[in-house]
Design a protein around this ligand. Structure first.
Ligand code: FBP
Length: 551
């Protein structure tokens, strides 16, 4: 296989481990802290996890390991969307496993959780592992979105593990996958089959974080990649001085990615979905906010700018949220009747007859292509696929209408020429930054330490991440500690709480203090490309979000 110069060079990069994991395995001791409680609904969650609730926090330190050195077989699964650093979780896990005992074996279940159910796997070798060190992507074994959540699936998983004498499974995934990891761990514990389950916190979205997870892996590299591109666009805008660029960034519901990119690039406007919801802003309010920046800048002769839009924005706008919810319900009941209609006029008449008048009004107010996108195929749960709605185009069209009205009233005389972009897939498989390469390798290495010491139902955690890696703290947290009960598909379910942007958190407050200045003036920051080699001041920096949260 032909390799790019960077890929060759990255194979030789030695990821940094926390000081406490650098010792001989026999000198790494697991120290137990306090017993844990779930974040809320303690009684109900305790009842749902009788075997794995209330376990103690674990931290590793130099000492004497009490782990038995028997031969171990471990399976690993990548679950959900790609995130830079996934390969390093696996290489860290593999290295710790082989360092402990060269007869230990690592099984990679292919294409996500379905690989475990289908018994579709490979056994890692040195040569295979070496060809994925410090690279982006999940192609080492592939990923998938099958959910491991039913008793039938757990029974198959148990059989497959027993067939290969697998002692433990490591699930690398987001909040849903780690929730399911906890349920699987409880099932195995209840069945006394001795199979351990350990989770690792993955997602570029950054919404798997709480007082024990400082950041999910992949967020650092993905936001640096988008910020490089946004910075380049800002410089282009400031050079040509003729376009307004509207950039939508991935992140599903939460706006962590948009906020981090705004902190790194200082655009003229960045919308934050959580703020839109909290202030109950309508589409018209949002358009006013952007148009105000356009007008002020045009008064200075600056008919250009950059706007960042989070992927999930539309679902946080109250009137659209109601419309989407009504559409989902309507399609669930009358989908056949609806799909039999041929023309847009027929469809509109159907919607007029079946939606509330407020929702129909919202629907009619939207541009035609957005109207059509709202009626596209549903996801497997029957919901509108919000990520396919071109919110960036919707905002452009709303702002354009506002500006036309202002022009008519003599309140605006500038030029508004807008371009749209969507950055998502561009960042999910980038070569992991040094931070993600080190963090992920440590998470994988540490996951094996948890297995070796007999833990199950734990999440591998590395903390103190805004400090240098020597000072990172490795350990484990019972997954049940992060759980609460939430309504899912009509039922109360134990889940890990998704972290949205906190409006009283330091990153948002910093942004809110500076955005008026950025809105009117050109204060762009150009972060440039991720640096893998060179001074630590550019190679080892974490995100602005983490820096603001921790310092
Ligand atoms: P995970 O939550 O599984 O990490 O995936 C995150 C994400 O990248 C979102 O930002 C985005 O909305 C979604 O995946 C896209 O999913 P898909 O890869 O299925 O198109």
């Amino acid at each position: 296989m032909e390799l790019s110069p960077l890929q060759k060079e990255r194979y030789n990069y030695a990821p940094k481990l926390p000081e406490m994991l650098k010792h001989q395995i026999a000198e790494i001791e697991a120290v137990e802290g306090k017993a844990t409680e779930s974040v809320s609904d303690q009684e109900e969650i305790k009842a749902l996890f009788p075997n794995t609730y209330g376990m103690k926090e674990v931290t590793f330190k130099k000492g004497k390991s009490s782990a038995k050195n028997s031969t171990l077989r471990v399976g690993v699964i990548l679950s959900g969307g790609q995130a830079p650093g996934g390969h390093n979780v696996i290489t860290g896990l593999y290295d710790a496993l082989k360092k402990t005992n060269k007869d230990n074996e690592l099984f990679g279940f292919k294409n996500g959780p379905s690989g475990l159910l289908d018994d579709d796997y490979l056994v890692f070798t040195d040569e295979y592992i070496d060809s994925y060190r410090n690279t982006g992507g999940f192609d080492i074994i592939g990923s998938g979105r099958t959910k491991l959540e039913t008793e039938e699936q757990f029974a198959i998983a148990e059989k497959v593990c027993q067939k290969h004498s697998i002692n433990a499974i490591v699930i690398i995934g987001g909040d849903d996958s780690n929730t399911n990891a906890a349920v699987l761990a409880e099932y195995f514990a209840a069945h006394k089959c001795g199979i351990q389950v350990i989770g690792c916190p993955k997602t570029i979205d950054g919404d798997l974080k709480n007082d024990v997870i400082e950041t999910s892996f992949g967020f650092d590299t993905a936001t640096k990649t988008y910020s490089e591109l946004i910075g380049n666009i800002e410089r282009d805008a400031n050079s040509a001085k003729k376009y307004w660029h509207f950039v939508k960034v991935m992140g599903r519901s939460a706006s962590h990615i948009a906020l981090e990119c705004a902190l790194e690039t200082q655009p003229n406007v960045c919308l934050i979905s959580e703020e839109v919801e909290s202030k109950q802003m309508s589409l018209s309010d949002i358009a006013d906010q952007v148009a105000s920046s356009v007008v002020k800048r045009s008064e200075k002769g600056d008919n250009f700018g950059v706007v960042i839009i989070p992927e999930g924005l539309i679902e946080f706008v109250p009137e659209v949220k109601s419309l989407i919810s009504e559409l989902n319900d309507l399609m669930a009941i009358k989908e056949k009747e609806f799909t039999a209609l041929n023309t847009l006029d027929e469809k509109k008449a159907f919607l007029n007859a079946n939606l509330t008048s407020e929702s129909y009004e919202t629907y009619s107010f939207l541009p035609l292509d957005i109207q059509a996108q709202l009626l596209m195929d549903r996801d497997p749960h029957g919901n509108v696929q919000v990520s396919r709605i071109e919110t960036e185009k919707l905002i452009i069209s709303l702002v354009d209408s506002k500006l036309k009205r202002l022009k008519k009233d003599g309140k605006y005389s500038g030029k508004f020429s807008a371009l749209n972009h969507f950055f998502g897939y561009e960042g999910r498989c980038a070569f992991p930054s040094n931070f993600d390469a080190d963090y992920c390798y440590s998470l994988g290495y540490n996951a094996f330490m948890l297995i070796l010491n007999g833990y199950t139902g734990y999440l591998s955690t590395i903390k103190n991440l805004s400090k240098s890696s020597d000072n990172w703290v490795a350990g484990g947290i019972p997954i049940t500690k992060m759980m609460n009960l939430e309504q899912r598909h009509g039922k109360k379910k134990p889940v890990i709480r998704k972290a949205l942007v906190e409006l009283d958190g330091k990153p948002f407050r910093y942004f809110a203090q500076h955005r008026d200045e950025w809105s009117e003036n050109t204060r762009y920051l150009y972060p440039g490309a991720i640096q893998y080699y060179g001074p630590s001041s550019v190679c080892d920096i974490t995100t602005r979000t983490l820096e603001l949260e921790q310092n």
